[in-house]
Design a protein around this ligand. Structure first.
Ligand SMILES: Cc1cn([C@H]2C[C@H](O)[C@@H](COP(=O)(O)OP(=O)(O)O[C@H]3O[C@@H](C)C(=O)[C@@H](O)[C@H]3O)O2)c(=O)[nH]c1=O
Length: 182
């Protein structure tokens, strides 16, 4: 199975089989049947793509129910540190931070179920990130957690002086405050 468990229920690393030959490589970036066979039945209805330069941190973001989004994240160019935080109050892994490098080279994808906050930092000179979502963008239901929350203490692998982050993301609340409204 091309899915690797992470220890957090529903959070999976997808490692596609890559066919290499003299021309280059080929792989199925997404095949609904393969996901279904692994018990993943999310129906993706929106694709997002963003480009960011080194040091950019986007996140941590989520949409509240009933607009919660499952995300399947992959990198088209560069290397990112992808970060998922378990916000599910009744989960054994509530409050756990999971991080993984996703890159053009390793072709790994992260499947993030409902109930997680998501963000990433750009470790390469630039990165183009594509992620599929199972629910549409809904501005009113957007929420998030500040990237440097002291309880989560995430190592984004970017020196503080190099961090580039949106004004909007700098206003995000702490994990403790965000979880009250989650
Ligand atoms: C997320 C999103 C944004 N937008 C618009 C709103 C805004 O004007 C502009 C940029 O939005 P943001 O600053 O929120 O983009 P960004 O900070 O890249 O937001 C994304 O971050 C990553 C980590 C995620 O997990 C995503 O779900 C999403 O929240 O794009 C859409 O039209 N559709 C969308 O689905």
């Amino acid at each position: 199975m091309p899915f690797v468990p992470t220890g957090l229920e529903g959070l999976l690393v997808f490692e596609p089989r890559v066919f290499e030959d003299a021309r280059g490589y080929f792989f199925e970036a997404y095949n609904q049947s393969v996901f279904n066979q692994a018990g993943v039945h999310d129906r993706f209805i929106q694709d997002n793509q963003s480009y960011s330069t080194y040091g950019v941190i986007r996140g941590l973001h989520y949409q509240l129910q009933p607009h919660a989004q499952c995300k399947l994240v992959r990198v088209l160019e560069g290397t990112i540190l992808d970060v998922a935080v378990d916000m599910r109050k009744n989960a054994a892994t509530y409050g756990t931070v999971f991080t993984i490098e996703l890159s053009t080279a390793n072709k790994k994808q992260l499947l993030i179920p409902h109930g997680f906050a998501h963000g990433f930092s750009v470790l390469s000179q630039a990165a183009t990130v594509l992620y599929k979502c199972d629910a549409l963008y809904n501005k009113e239901s957007e929420g998030g957690v500040i990237y440097n929350d002291p309880d989560l203490a995430i190592d984004w692998k970017i020196p503080e002086k190099d961090v580039i982050i949106s004004d909007k993301d700098l206003l995000l609340p702490s994990f403790k405050n965000a979880i009250n409204n989650f």
